[in-house]
Write a protein that binds this ligand. Sequence first.
Ligand code: G1P
Length: 293
Amino acid sequence: MEQRIRKAVFPVAGLGVRLLPATKTQPKEMLPIVDRPAVQYVVEEAIASGIRNLLFVTGRGKRAIEDYFDFAVELEYELKNRGKEHLLGEIRGIVNSAQIFYVRQKSPRGLGDAVFQARAFVGEEPFAVLLPDDIIMSDSPCLFEMLRLFAERPGVYVALIEVPHSEVSQWGIVSGREIAPSLYLIEDLVEKPEPYEAPSNLAVVGRYLLPPSIFDALAETSPGKGGEIQLTDAIRKLIGKEPIYGYRFVGEYFGVGSKLGYLKANVAFALKREDLAFEFRAFLRDLVERGII
Ligand code: G1P
């Protein structure tokens, strides 16, 4: 396990049911947050954390993601003629600074099954998993902080957030004890428990550092909650074999797979943008002054 993490896996095969009808003909990961597709935020987090080998686990209807992380020769030519090539510069930057791979999950059998598709790409090294539905706004990227902890104390890592007790059934929930500021040693994990069976209100957010042994664990994991192969159940199988840590991150979380989370992310990221914040803030203030909010 004393290895550097060089690879990241992005499961993007999900149907996006909670964002219908927008996701009927468009991957949810391509819906814009301000002016960048949602998936770009987590890809940038991985790259900012020093990871250069990226695997997307895609599915039917997700080709727009492949086209996005590619050069658009004709469009770039046109933009160059108009002196606007900077408009696509940042995507070119991503494509140039990362090696991007794709594999398809053939049937929607759950997050665990999606991660299992990464086995050949990952090989025998620890790796990161980032869920594009979970966007974290923070000074230092959440994944970067997890990698820093991993370098000091190798093991399995998940990111954690405190959620209201009434919402535990929407999350993977852990029990554990805090062994250093913001760092937990996890004793158990349960996928989407009912509030009465939840061991705590500490929820797993979609950032994981996993050992290659997760693939054997996944192979032995039967369908769990919702009839799907759950990553949480496979991580649970590693208890006692590997130390499992939780990192309670510092930052603002947005669950952009839901309409409300998606809207909140748009407002929060727009307010961070130098080119938009001033007028956007004035617009919001006006809504408050007129009693609309
Ligand atoms: C998945 C995981 C869950 C985790 C969540 C974070 O659930 O199964 O353990 O808490 O991501 O977003 P999903 O939201 O895909 O149903």
